[in-house]
Write a protein that binds this ligand. Sequence first.
Ligand SMILES: [Zn+2]
Ligand SMILES: [Zn+2]
Length: 291
Amino acid sequence: MTANLKIGAHLSIKKGYFGAAKEAFRYGMGAFQYFPKNPRSLSVKSFDLRDAEQCREFCLTHQIVSVAHTPYPSNLAIDRQVEPEQFQRIVMSLRNDLEIAEACGSIGIVVHFGTFKARNPLHGYQNIIQCINEVLLGWNGSSKLLIENQAGNHGDMGMTMEEMISVKKLCASPEHMGFCLDTCHAFASGLWPSNKNMDRYFSLKGSQLDYWEGLSVIHLNDSRYPGLSRKDRHARVGQGYIGEAGFKDLFQREALRELLTQEIPLIFETEPGEDGTYSEDMKKVQRWINA
Ligand SMILES: [Zn+2]
Ligand SMILES: [Zn+2]
């Protein structure tokens, strides 16, 4: 495979966005992910535009793809009627994340599908659509809102491709949206519960649903727990229940290979190797893809 693979990891912005980009370059990464602000807070950050622009220019020069990950409390399924202030806080925070991502030249902001605990799941989907519409109202940047599949550890929502597709379709500006596939979540939730049925449940279905077309980023994590465990516990690639065989199989899927030629970023959300870098994991993935 001759494609210019974009592999990297989630990096800290301790030294700013530009600092994270330089770190990615030092590690030989073709891509990286970052939190645009404190991952536990929804406060709007007045960010350093100069720092963001330096990040953008540097990534352009070195052909590094970056993507932002929104803070954890960004729950899209929040009920506007029940918690109007929290709804507004989430909307403002996500819009802020989008603006930071745009300034940094990032392809988008990853946000978890959403958690809705009340009785009627349909209401949860309506909330998600309402929230996304509010965030994207008047947005004309090129950074997209990327919804990520969930492991099932926060309720039943957001584990299937059908939900991703339907929500995107029903939103007012689907052109500003995309998907993030987390392989650990997909495996743990049962999207492909074992490597034997990856083709039928995952690859084929994704094509039938046009899921692959909307896929913008892959979180390349292995799973510490078996398929259908619904546990969100990442392991380094090849060191969990997906294992080397599972990832090798995944990278042989036609749809995936097509996305790799389009330079889709593959991001590790795991700890680095003993040398403090991701080079061992990056080399492994490169080997599996080219096998
Ligand atoms: Zn993830
Ligand atoms: Zn996770």
